[in-house]
Design a binder for this molecule. Sequence first.
Ligand SMILES: NC(=O)c1ccc[n+]([C@@H]2O[C@H](COP(=O)([O-])OP(=O)(O)OC[C@H]3O[C@@H](n4cnc5c(N)ncnc54)[C@H](O)[C@@H]3O)[C@@H](O)[C@H]2O)c1
Length: 328
Amino acid sequence: MILVTGGAGYIGSHLAIALLKQDKEVLIFDSLELGHTEIIETLSKCGKLKFVKGNLKNLDDIRGVFLANKTIDSVVHFAAYSQVEESVKNPQKYYYNNVYGTLNLLNAMLEFNVKKIVFSSTAATYGEPEYTPIDENHPQKPINPYGKSKLMIETILDDYDKAYSLKSVRLRYFNVAGADSKSEIGEWHEPETHLIPNILKANSKKSFKMYGTDYDTIDGTCVRDYINVEDLAQAHILALEYLNNGGETNYFNIGTKQGNSVKEVFAACEKIKQCKIPLEVYPKREGDPAILVADNTKAEKFLNWHPKNSLEYSIKTAYDWENVLNKK
Ligand SMILES: NC(=O)c1ccc[n+]([C@@H]2O[C@H](COP(=O)([O-])OP(=O)(O)OC[C@H]3O[C@@H](n4cnc5c(N)ncnc54)[C@H](O)[C@@H]3O)[C@@H](O)[C@H]2O)c1
């Protein structure tokens, strides 16, 4: 059985649905603070799913899961807070949830002798890019508490391997986008901070805010690497296989090697929505690097992972999901 923490959230639910469709047994552990009961209900119809509501900040909650489910043999750990701006204003909330919560999880894993974990890390652990595309040798100098909390966990995972042989794969995601191909699940954040859903949600009452048009990029707007959420789920499945085959602790960038500017994404959204989207332009925000693109060669080589879905496909599925969400 695979334990998925944070599986009622955006990315975790996409991994869960992929695993369930492969007939794997999945246990989702989620506080539902940011995740959604409706997502769990949908996933329950797709296969052998168990759901436990609990919080990683309570050691007894997560110990209880291992105690009652002795067949758990690996963990995929998504549960975290992940809003950069909020982490700057309230670092306590981020270190407590992300770092302390993860320590409880890891300590429960050790107690019950579960020694394989795939961890959601982030491009935010690199900080200001010193070169592009960013490979895994790029220095990790995060510039906000969110990125720092994730780097701390990466460090802890290295030490837990050396001392206790707990094997981990850290996947450093770039910008995740899109939704399930059948619109069963999708991105559902409140508030939403990600670019594509915010462009798609814009309307005559609330225009889309574009920050910065004077970056040193192809058209003056920020360039990011958009990785489709189903391709990302596949990377987790391959990372689990890698660990099951005796793979050593490792870390991989999960992106596409390709960048798209905010203006390009905006134009692609207008094309898919088939209408003009109201737009307001604002000055640059502090801490937004001009270009963030992943060199994903290492994941291709070690995991045999090759992202397949285009940016247009991600936007199309996000738009279809947005229409489902509007009816909820
Ligand atoms: N979305 C992105 O673009 C992106 C990029 C890089 C990294 N990540 C990382 O990927 C992971 C998943 O991101 P997401 O966008 O799916 O987030 P999300 O907010 O949609 O999902 C996170 C889930 O974790 C749960 N959770 C949080 N703290 C918990 C706790 N203490 N105990 C139990 N459950 C808890 C929430 O209720 C939620 O369901 C996060 O770790 C995030 O930092 C996301």
